[in-house]
Design a protein around this ligand. Structure first.
Ligand code: NAP
Length: 253
């Protein structure tokens, strides 16, 4: 079976690693090409957009793909929607792998918001020194804000940025002690994060809790209606194994 894994996440790399080592599975991983020096999965990798739903559907046919695993980031809503539509058009099974979101714990002070625009409005009343840890995409939503921002991302943001800011280029995982030290050193009043979930970048939330710092948490976009979803790489591999054995694994939308 030839499987397309839409990637850019640790889960996508782990699944490619597992499936590539098994007889009967040929994996092609796809990256958007946003990160300058991406961590590459094992096996065949292609980079760059497909050209919308039509482009992806054509690519699936031309490359003899049997099933699609969308293991993109929980906030990559565009490619997720495209994957669901293109796979349905092509009559292929599709699975969405979404790690669980973070959960508020006792001692947390979270404000949940639906999108970046609302997040920018929410930080206005929460202090002057903001830790913006939403990746490099979306920083422009804060460009008009009057506060000082510490912006952490893997690569520099493109487009408008807040007038008062410092840029910190870094890639997780981040250790708790380092996160606490960072928040202290920059005298952070409020943090803004996407609800990305996962352990690689979760320490910042524990750090905020221990220092009593408010966190604005941006909710995930919804998955396409009727999407077949699993939370773990193990469950995704089960799904692929069932497909390979000819059992119905679900996910034909
Ligand atoms: P997006 O808004 O959902 O996608 C925009 C367009 O980028 C898609 O329509 C598609 O172009 C192309 N694209 C996205 N992911 C692709 C992939 N894996 N392979 C080929 N083309 C892809 O996505 P995004 O938020 O820009 O994220 C891009 C990638 O970065 C994703 O693979 C995601 O896993 C990763 N990532 C995203 C975030 C985040 O917060 N959004 C964080 C970490 C990593 P065409 O329409 O031309 O096919």
């Amino acid at each position: 079976m030839r499987i397309l894994i839409l990637g850019g996440t640790r889960e996508a790399r782990e699944l490619a690693d597992i499936a590539s080592g098994e007889r009967g599975y040929e994996i092609v991983s796809s990256l958007a090409g946003r990160v300058r020096e991406p961590v590459l999965p094992v096996g065949r990798v292609r980079v760059g957009g497909f050209g919308g739903v039509d482009g992806l559907r054509e690519w699936l046919g031309e490359n003899g793909i049997d099933a699609v695993v969308d293991a993109t980031h929980p906030f990559a809503g565009g490619i997720t929607a495209n994957a669901a539509l293109a796979a349905a058009d092509a009559g292929l099974p599709v699975l969405h792998v979404r790690r669980p979101g973070w959960r508020e714990e006792p001692g947390d002070s979270w404000i949940r918001v639906p999108d970046l625009k609302t997040a920018a409005e929410a930080v206005a009343g929460l202090g002057d020194r903001v830790f913006l840890t939403i990746g490099r995409q979306g920083v422009a939503a804060f460009a008009e804000a009057g506060q000082w921002f510490l912006i952490r991302a893997i690569d520099p943001p493109e487009g408008a940025v807040p007038a008062r800011h410092e840029l910190l280029l870094a890639r997780g995982p981040f250790a708790l002690a380092d996160e606490i030290a960072l928040l202290r050193a920059h005298r952070i009043d409020v943090m803004v994060t996407k609800d990305s979930g996962g352990a690689l970048t979760g320490a910042k939330l524990t750090a905020a809790r221990s220092l009593g710092i408010a966190v604005v948490v941006i909710d995930r976009p919804a998955l396409p209606e009727g999407a077949h979803q699993v939370e773990t790489v193990a469950a995704a591999w089960d799904w692929l194994r069932q497909l390979g054995s000819g059992e119905s694994a679900g996910g034909f939308e």
